[in-house]
Design a binder for this molecule. Structure first.
Ligand SMILES: Nc1ncnc2c1ncn2[C@@H]1O[C@H](COP(=O)(O)OP(=O)(O)OP(=O)(O)O)[C@@H](O)[C@H]1O
Ligand SMILES: [Mg+2]
Length: 424
């Protein structure tokens, strides 16, 4: 009797121990599996891979744009913690259209508009100012997953001279991007505008802006995991922060908005007239060198503090296409006239930097893409770390149009040349 009750006790203990061991083993296996999955997801994240579950499942997905489900009223609570977490992790946050309405007080303050949509000023509930770009409705056809993948890439492309993407909205009514707000607006307003915020930028600062912009494009071309061609470098897309530090905006948008086919589309809608490289409006292969060309056009406008093409003005110099006017002065050894314009705001001792900018601009707009420097070369040449060879005539292919001659239809050759360069 005593023996059988001892055996019974032993078997109960045995069963209990086996049960505990099973539970502990199960928990251990579960934890190991969880760690393994997290490590796998983290690795994919680092590689920039996009996986299923990107469709805004919020906290459930480790590295995706975050879905913020709360409505505008309670943004401050739940969604702000998502936001802060997302921003800290350098990931774009997903917002609802109601939230955007809240941030922008019903899209009340329009900052500007462009080829992709309209930009509004807004604020996050914590006071951070933001620029909300509501994208054109044609984007509605874009698949949500593809949109998220592109937005994820843009949001994780990080450089001191690139405008930061905080988040986005993708719902039936609104497709939008939420950027950091740049208090001094875009460079065009300071170079050419009569806007109230216009400040005349000293040449030293202008040179810094040129270098910062070149570094941003160099990063997109040479330092990103997957090269990003901007396709739309121009003064409107160089934004200025509180200290006039430059940041390039709208990178990645060409792809997001289907505007980067390698051959001319039927609409030809790529880049902006006046900045688009010849290969963008002719049936030629397009490479990242089209950005170098646009950057060169931007440099001319910075040097001249005027639009390259100013039709309707009366002085001979104003009517001429500015890049070609600069080439003629350069060729004739009359650089003083070019430098005088660049130095309009004083800084008379910086002629060397201005001369460098001028030569770099002439190199960047060379007709053959392979003759243009890389953006890495551009940065080094602007900073005086690389010798600049004497550029050849970038406009030799336009020789058929002799300067200023009047054609039988009454138009001047300059305006024909200009229109050739302003077709998008
Ligand atoms: N993040 C921002 N902070 C402050 N102002 C901005 C911001 N983004 C855009 N803007 C202003 O809004 C204007 C319109 O921008 P938008 O990008 O829509 O058009 P664009 O730059 O003129 O042309 P494109 O569509 O070819 O880029 C800009 O010129 C700039 O002045
Ligand atoms: Mg823009």
């Amino acid at each position: 009797m005593a023996l059988s009750s001892g055996i019974l006790a032993l078997s109960i203990i045995g069963v209990l121990v086996a049960g505990i061991v099973t539970v502990v083993a199960t928990i251990a296996i579960y934890l190991c599996a969880k760690v393994a999955v997290q490590m796998y997801l983290h690795k994919e994240d680092k590689l920039g891979g996009h996986r299923d579950g990107w469709l805004g499942n919020g906290a459930a997905s480790g590295s995706t744009p975050r879905a913020v489900q709360n409505e505008a009223d309670d943004v401050e609570m739940g969604s702000m913690s998502f936001f802060i977490e997302g921003v800290q992790n350098e990931r774009p946050v997903r917002f609802s259209s109601q939230q955007l309405r809240g941030f922008t007080q019903g899209f009340a303050h329009k900052v500007g508009s462009g080829g992709f949509g309209v930009v509004y000023m807004g604020r996050f509930p914590n006071g951070t100012p933001v620029a909300v770009k509501v994208l054109n409705s044609t984007l509605g056809r874009r698949a949500e997953e593809q949109f998220m993948a592109e937005v994820g890439t843009i949001g994780r492309t990080y450089h001191i001279n690139l405008v930061r993407l905080y988040g986005f909205c993708f719902d039936a009514a609104v497709k939008a991007l939420v950027y950091e707000y740049m208090v001094n607006g875009s460079l065009d307003r300071h170079l050419f505008g009569s806007a109230p915020e216009k400040r005349t930028i000293g040449f030293q600062k202008l040179h810094e802006i040129a270098v910062g912009t070149a570094k941003a494009v160099r990063y997109l071309h040479e330092e990103c995991q997957h090269r990003i061609i901007h396709y739309d470098i121009k003064p409107e897309n160089v934004l200025l922060g509180a200290d006039m530090a430059p940041k390039v905006s709208d990178f990645g948008l060409a792809k997001l908005c289907d505007r980067e086919d390698t051959h001319l589309t039927i609409t030809g809608a790529r880049g902006t007239p006046g900045y688009a490289a010849p290969e963008l409006w002719m049936p030629l292969p397009v490479t990242h060198k089209c950005d170098v060309y646009s950057y060169g056009m931007l440099l001319f406008e910075m040097l001249g503090r005027r639009r390259n093409l100013e039709l309707g003005l009366h002085s001979r110099e104003s009517q001429e296409w500015y890049p070609r006017w600069v080439w003629h002065r350069f060729e004739a050894g009359e650089m003083d006239a070019v430098l005088a314009r660049a130095m309009a705001a004083g800084d008379l001792d910086d002629t060397e930097k201005a001369a460098r900018m001028c030569k770099v601009a002439l190199w960047c707009v060379q007709y053959r893409p392979e003759d243009r420097p890389s953006m890495g070369n551009v940065v080094r040449m602007l900073e005086g770390e690389e010798q600049i060879a004497t550029p050849g005539n970038p406009f030799a292919h336009l020789a058929a149009y002799s300067a200023g001659a009047t054609l039988t239809d009454g138009t001047t050759t300059e305006s024909n040349v200009s229109s050739a360069f302003t077709r998008g």
